[in-house]
Design a protein around this ligand. Structure first.
Ligand SMILES: [Zn+2]
Ligand SMILES: [Zn+2]
Length: 390
């Protein structure tokens, strides 16, 4: 082991600035082979350790539990390593290729899983076909080969496993203590691909977009739901079109001191700024109360902005009016530059189209807009940075 460590120390001590591109490229290829070879040896020892039941002697309930504790592997990774180590002990050709650094751990794991799911007679021939493929493809493509092969060699088993994967589909959307929602689940191949196709259509970055890819996907999922609700094509629920209800006290909308906060269905209290934004172009149903929850305006779900006014806005604005944004009218809210709760009129001169992201910037994000609704709009961030239309 000390020889291995000193070899690594030698690499670590090298000054990279002094290396040519060709040397760097060769080192990358060589080190990858070394990592795969070390992984093979690690798995070989793991299989022996597991077969002896040595984890129990070390006081662990299973080899995977011992790995988690000793090698600090995540539960899923530890279980996978143990399964792959056991399978590889039965697949000497695959183990030898990994030991030689000709295939990677990921390749070996795929071959081990695929052959273990096949009838015993097919496992041998399948291993040689998959090894041949593994030398030429990356793991993503090898996964496709394993699926095709399973359908050819064991169609009933492959269909059954696909059915099992489908049966394990699930989605949890749960509100957590701070008012956010946690989303977790797993989808079958077709469901996942359908969702990704819809999300990617809605999550491409815009000019000057500072959102992370994960934030863009989150926005796209909400956008998908908003559009479905706004399109009115969802089935009715309890005799009503599905919608989100926001309950807000008039004093909160008027931003009077001491006003109570607003509430959103399922999620609980929201800030007055958020309530103002939602009420700005009520695509949600509003329940406005006066004082001790005396309803003033219950469930008026017609948009404050009429369909005709909305069409006129679409013709005039064409896209979200925030400088540099190109979201089309169908994806926007009609923003009252002076809120109707403050007496602002629902007129073309007081309305502009803003996409959900930029509508949020203006209400909750501290940006201010200036300029004529019919002319150019500039946006100023709280710290004074100014964005002008391109
Ligand atoms: Zn607004
Ligand atoms: Zn926008």
């Amino acid at each position: 082991m000390s020889g291995l460590m000193s070899a690594i120390d030698e690499y670590a001590g090298a000054d990279l600035d002094g290396l040519s591109d060709a040397t760097l490229a060769a080192d990358l290829a060589d080190l990858r082979v070394a990592i795969d070879r070390a992984e093979a040896e690690w798995l070989r020892r793991l299989a022996a350790f597991d077969a002896r039941g040595a984890a129990a002697a070390e006081g662990a309930v299973s080899t995977a539990a011992w790995l988690r504790r000793t090698c600090r592997l995540a539960p899923g990774a530890a279980r996978e390593r143990v399964v792959v180590a056991r399978e590889l002990a039965e697949l000497p050709a695959t183990a030898a290729e990994l030991a030689a650094g000709d295939i990677s751990y990921r390749h070996a794991a795929l071959i081990a899983t695929a052959t273990s799911e096949l009838p015993a007679d097919d496992a041998g021939p399948a291993e040689s076909i998959l090894l041949e493929a593994a030398r030429r493809t990356d793991p993503a493509d090898l996964r496709k080969v394993t699926t095709h092969l399973a359908y050819v060699l064991d169609p009933d088993g492959a269909r059954r496993r696909e059915e099992e994967r489908y049966e394990s589909r699930r989605l949890f959307v749960s509100s957590i203590l701070d008012g956010r929602f946690a989303v977790d689940g797993s989808l079958d191949a077709e469901g996942g691909a359908t969702l990704l196709a819809a999300l990617s259509a809605l999550s491409s970055p815009r000019a000057g977009d500072e959102r992370t890819p994960a934030q863009r996907r989150a926005d796209a999922l909400v956008e998908l739901a908003r559009r479905s609700l706004a399109g009115g094509e969802l089935p009715e629920l309890g005799g009503e079109r599905p919608h989100v209800t926001v309950t807000v006290d008039l004093t909160a909308l008027e931003r009077r001191p001491g006003a109570s906060s607003a509430e959103l269905d399922w999620s609980g209290p929201i800030s007055a700024e958020t309530a103002l934004r939602i009420a700005c172009d009520a695509g949600v149903s509003r329940v406005i109360t006066a004082g001790a929850s005396e309803p003033l305006d219950v469930g008026r779900r017609t948009r404050v902005v009429s369909a005709g006014m909305r069409r006129a806005l679409a013709v005039r604005d064409k896209v979200c009016r925030f400088p540099g944004c190109d979201r089309p009218p169908a994806w926007t809210d009609a923003h009252h530059r002076r809120h109707w709760a403050d007496g602002g009129p629902t007129s073309l001169a007081n309305l502009i189209l803003l996409c959900p992201t930029h509508h949020r910037c203006v209400h909750e994000g501290g940006w201010t807009l200036s300029g004529d609704a019919n002319g150019l709009i500039t946006a100023t961030r709280a710290d004074g940075m100014v964005l002008r239309p391109p």
